[in-house]
Design a protein around this ligand. Sequence first.
Ligand code: NAD
Length: 312
Amino acid sequence: MFSVTSMANDFMTAKLIDGKALADSIKARVKEQAAQLQNSRGITPGLATVLVGENPASKTYVASKQKTVQELEMYSVGHTLPADISQNDLLNIIRDLGADAKIHGILVQLPLPAHIDQETVLAAIPLEKDVDGFHPINVGRLAMLKTLSVINRAPLFVPCTPAGCLALIDASGTKIEGARAVVIGRSNIVGLPVAFLLLHRNATVTICHSHTQNLPAVVGQADIVVAAIGKPRFVQADWIKPGATVIDVGINEIPDATKKSGKRLIGDVDFENAQNVAGAITPVPGGVGPMTIAMLMQNTLTAAQRAGDLIA
Ligand code: NAD
């Protein structure tokens, strides 16, 4: 339905799912609603980011989240903490942010250093400020079926990257209900929540991981493929069922002498070849990445609207 036959050859050319354009439209709406909240109630949505250590990728992600909050004229606070901070000191900072009325969302950038217990830290974020959706209660609610539409049972926030993946599938026009979906990767932050969201939307979901046997054959059955592995060009074009919708979550740095930086980002899917087979596909960069940030902005706005008793 979304593919067109190229004039030059017989390959299909996938519809490109433009994550940047979709993210831009979500951010524009968030900016407008944030301004309305400020005008009508004097509430400026506030996001606190907490970065522990020097992981270069984490630093980049946090910087772009902060920059976007500022672009949307919301309030932002950034804590950059040394890698050897004690768990107690980190918990105290999170408790202070939890008590700060100007802060509606708290994002702790993962992964945390090994000496810190991630779950203890995530559980210290007040549920109503858990804009990343990783508080154990929000995760548990997401895992339970038939809760998403029930107020007081639904997670207060859905994790941003998984929510972005679903929005991209919807934007492509792909029908999720009844589709066969294969999620490659079972991490707590991407693969597992994506699988739950697809299940909630009545897809038939298979979760693949590093122990999966005959992965190409499993992927070949999928109408929807979500790749969240962290290995460059891992998913091959000839694994993909013709016409399938492919969401590439991977962010991998590879050397590229033609770039000033000497490197560039690519996804987990062999995009160049897969675009000739898939019906719709996300690029990297410009696919899932911008949507993650847009969903974080949306969640921060939602948290502020709830703080103002404007929504449930
Ligand atoms: P992770 O390392 O926590 O998980 C990787 C998953 O891939 C694991 O579940 C593992 O079982 C699976 N896997 C590894 N080797 C495999 C194999 N040979 N066959 C099948 N499955 C295999 O990674 P993550 O945090 O889930 O991130 C995955 C990718 O997504 C990374 O490239 C990361 O940078 C990217 N990411 C992007 C965004 C975004 O906003 N675009 C957000 C988060 C993560």
